[in-house]
Design a protein around this ligand. Structure first.
Ligand code: ASP
Length: 307
């Protein structure tokens, strides 16, 4: 069995165009699966990094200084390999830089200027990831702040209804692997690093399971939520039980919202969230699982499927 699962981030729109992007991304990944789990993950996330609809690559939210700074990570369960870039600027596809780091070095995290230098040395050209929508939203938010008001925009998406951090899981019949890529959250401090490059915080993979998370990164880091999901699955929980337990724990410990997706080595999947939306697409042996929906633990926050 081969499984690819992708999520479009917390409070991301479920409009057709967003779901179409997610579906196109997993299909692209499926085509790449014959070349390996990691190339498949990269292919999925590159599609979303290149789309302005999601908070990653082109379309990332802007930090307090109006700049895009991105985090991306890959973790491969069977080989225990992890690589991430943090607060990287001016590259179109941070997850591809993370893959380069994974495959060409023994180092695991590169941040800031060092990450940019590494990217340039490995042929990643300079790219402006600032989308028009995010720039407009940033100007509005700065105006609100200057007037002493709280910006109306969504913390995760940077916009009123838009996209957030994306994450992908792959089971190729041999092993589990996970990757995420993000612009972080809107108006974050320059240099801030979230949970995406935090192994065990917002991402994890082992021989047992693979997990990706979205939501307020600090809460995931402080509670090691992704590792907690793996421990629950290792102790016998179904991935669906594990992600729901992890979200309840996160809410209890930090009062935080999130979305979590996990896959185990028996090909079982779980996905849940406790906010407005969390679009997920699962592909099993090349077919979209139309019956699969993430569970909303706070249905009172759900918005109409069209948003
Ligand atoms: N977890 C990401 C971060 O804090 C943002 C998100 O997924 O909403 O960087």
């Amino acid at each position: 069995m081969q499984i690819l699962a992708v999520h479009g981030g917390l409070d991301t729109s479920r409009e057709r165009s967003f779901m179409d992007d997610l579906e196109a991304a997993v299909r692209k990944g499926f085509q790449m699966l014959a070349t390996g789990r990691v190339p498949a993950l990269e292919a999925v996330l590159n599609v979303l990094e290149d789309s302005p609809r999601f908070n990653c690559g082109f379309g990332s939210v802007l930090n307090l200084d109006g700049k895009v700074e991105m985090d991306a990570a890959i973790v491969d369960g069977p080989t225990h390999r992890f690589a991430a870039v943090a607060a990287i600027r001016a590259v179109a596809n941070p997850v591809s830089v993370a893959r380069k780091l994974l495959e060409e070095t023994k180092q695991v995290i590169l941040a800031g200027e060092g990450a940019v230098k590494f990217a340039r040395e490995h042929g990643f050209p300079e790219a402006d990831c600032t989308s028009r929508q995010q720039l407009e939203a940033w100007h509005k938010a700065k105006d609100s702040l200057a007037r002493g008001k709280t910006p109306a925009q969504n913390l995760y998406t940077g916009l009123e209804y838009h996209g957030d951090t994306v994450g992908c899981l792959v089971w190729d019949g041999q092993g589990l692997t996970a990757a995420s890529t993000t612009g972080g959250y809107s108006l974050k401090l320059p240099g801030r690093v979230g949970d995406t490059p935090s192994l065990g915080g917002g991402i994890y993979a082992s021989r047992t399971s693979a997990t990706v998370c979205t939501g307020l990164g600090e809460a995931f880091i402080e509670t090691l939520t992704a590792k907690y999901v793996d421990e629950q699955i290792a102790a016998g929980a179904h991935p669906q039980e594990a992600v729901e337990a992890a979200l309840r724990r996160l809410a209890g410990l930090k009062g935080a919202e999130g979305g979590i997706m996990a896959l185990d080595a028996r090909g079982r999947i779980g996905a849940a969230f406790n906010a407005g939306r969390f679009p997920v697409v699962v592909l099993v042996n090349g077919e979209v699982r139309k019956d699969f929906q993430p569970v909303n633990l706070r249905p009172e926050l759900a918005t109409t499927p069209a948003r």
